[in-house]
Write a protein that binds this ligand. Structure first.
Ligand code: UD1
Length: 446
């Protein structure tokens, strides 16, 4: 079978998502002009948490996750997908603990109504195929970031012996008799999701799987470490070559999710923009090397202090710097919109090149409406510093673009109303409370 028709299908589905996302009625009101001072506790990483949740399908024993961002909408959405498959889930909001128990998988179908809300749902495919030998998963939705195919995932499963058909917008996958077979897979480009999906599937496959040109994100290492605690045999985590020796069975475990480096970086950019000093609690600087260098070059003070990061900008404007997004350990595309917002008030100019996703400059027209001076050419943007941003009514598009507009509102003169903040709730825990506690004037309105 060929996975080429996927690109077209996914384009259509992404349009569907962007339309449905626009129907959210909640708005955010921000009054700009205050410096940020105080403490913000960083949540567990969304992009690790979601993968751990999918990995719960690999075992019939309970999987307990601590430091879970349980109040995120993406966690709720994925919980619905997993519950539809038979997983029992308890989300303890007070203690940030999730317990997932896939004692018996009662369905192998992840339906469109649920999957369309979140692209990461495709990550149930690998675990289902590995344990149940069959999976029907609707093609995913998620942020409207141009074409986001899943061909690498599917080609990988085919290499492991699976038969894949595309029917009515669903990926219908069947493992060969006796289950998936280990395979030597070289990815033509680095994909976080494909690396994770295949790594999970390979834990229960027959024989050895080698993933070459694998992604190296900290969230993948975190997932691999949890799988190892469950009994998986994995070597090479954090490198571009991962070896997985399949085992018969995995057990339950308890695991603490790593801190969210994107949330951390977002609040760092907020300080760069607004000035002040934040103590970001319970997070790690070593995940953010590619962000720290340009932030320091721009004139910011950043230091790890035990489990906290101190980030400060007093006085002088930040200087214009150039950045390029890349796969980890390069600068995360998920921080690009926030970095750009910070540069709108820089001294001089900065250039941003986006190399991971097409269509990821959707925040630019909104920032321009607030007074920013930005020129986009292809996958690059030049940001010339202006004296000030002015509050305006703006529209949130994808998750990171939404938070970029919140940051812009924090520094803009007057009032900013951000419409369609649905995406923000997918990925930022308690953002209103966290920012209010450090001096921001921000509220959610209907
Ligand atoms: C993950 C993150 C997302 C982040 C992205 C890149 C989660 C839930 N999401 O998304 O926040 O922005 O990594 O760091 O963890 N590609 C293909 N074919 C495929 C798969 C990917 O062509 O089968 C392309 C994509 O279109 C994109 C690039 O590869 O251009 C990287 O995508 P990928 O790393 O797979 O991103 P996600 O795992 O979807």
């Amino acid at each position: 079978m060929s996975v080429e028709p996927l690109r077209k299908l996914e384009d259509n589905m992404n349009q569907d998502i962007s339309t449905s996302a626009t129907s959210g009625m909640d708005k955010m009101r921000v009054v700009g002009g205050v410096k940020l001072n105080g403490d913000i506790k960083i949540s567990g990483a969304k992009n690790a948490a979601l993968k751990h949740m999918c990995a719960s399908l690999l075992t019939d024993e309970p999987f307990i996750l601590k430091n879970m961002p349980v109040t995120l909408r993406d966690v709720a959405t994925l919980s619905q997908v997993l519950e539809a498959l038979g997983v029992q889930i308890n989300l303890d909001k007070e203690n940030s603990v999730a317990t997932l128990h896939a004692k018996k998988i009662t369905s192998h179908i992840a339906p469109y109504e649920l999957v369309r809300k979140m692209r990461a749902s495709i990550l149930v495919l690998g675990p289902l195929l590995a344990r149940q030998h069959i999976a029907h998963v609707s093609l995913p939705g998620g942020c409207a970031l141009g074409a986001r195919p899943v061909d690498l995932h599917l080609k990988g499963f085919e290499a492991m012996g699976a038969t894949i058909e595309l029917e009515d917008g669903y990926v219908k996958a069947t493992a060969p008799d006796g289950g998936l077979k280990g395979a030597d897979i070289t990815f033509p480009l680095v994909s976080v999701g494909a690396t994770e999906n295949l790594m999970m599937a390979a834990t229960l496959a027959n024989g050895e799987t080698i993933l070459r040109n694998a992604a190296r994100e900290p969230e993948i290492v975190d997932q691999g470490e949890a799988l190892i605690k469950m009994g998986a045999k994995i070597e090479g985590l954090g490198t571009s070559e991962i070896h997985i020796q399949g085992v018969q069975k995995l057990s339950g475990t308890m695991h603490s999710v790593i801190p969210d480096r994107i949330e951390t970086g977002t609040y760092m950019c907020a300080v760069g923009l607004c000035g002040g000093e934040l103590h970001l609690k319970n997070t790690r600087l070593d995940f953010l090397s590619a962000l720290i260098s340009p932030l320091k070059e721009a004139g910011m003070f950043i230091e790890q202090n035990g489990d906290d990061i101190i980030v400060r900008r007093n006085g002088a404007k930040i200087k214009g710097v150039d950045i390029m997004t890349e796969a980890y350990p390069g600068l995360a595309t998920d921080l690009q919109a926030q970095f750009m917002t910070m540069l709108t008030l820089c001294d001089g100019a900065g250039m941003i090149s986006e190399t991971i996703f097409e269509n990821r400059f959707m925040h630019v027209p909104e920032l321009i409406r607030m007074g920013a001076n930005i020129t986009v050419k292809g996958n690059s943007a030049i940001i010339r510093g202006v004296e000030k941003l002015k509050g305006a009514e703006v529209m949130a598009t994808d998750l990171r673009a939404s938070v970029a507009l919140v940051l812009a509102g924090l520094v803009a003169e007057g009032e900013t109303i951000i419409n369609r903040i649905y995406h923000l709730d997918r990925g930022y825990e308690n953002i209103v409370d966290k920012l209010t506690a450090v001096g921001a004037q921000i509220e959610r309105i209907k």
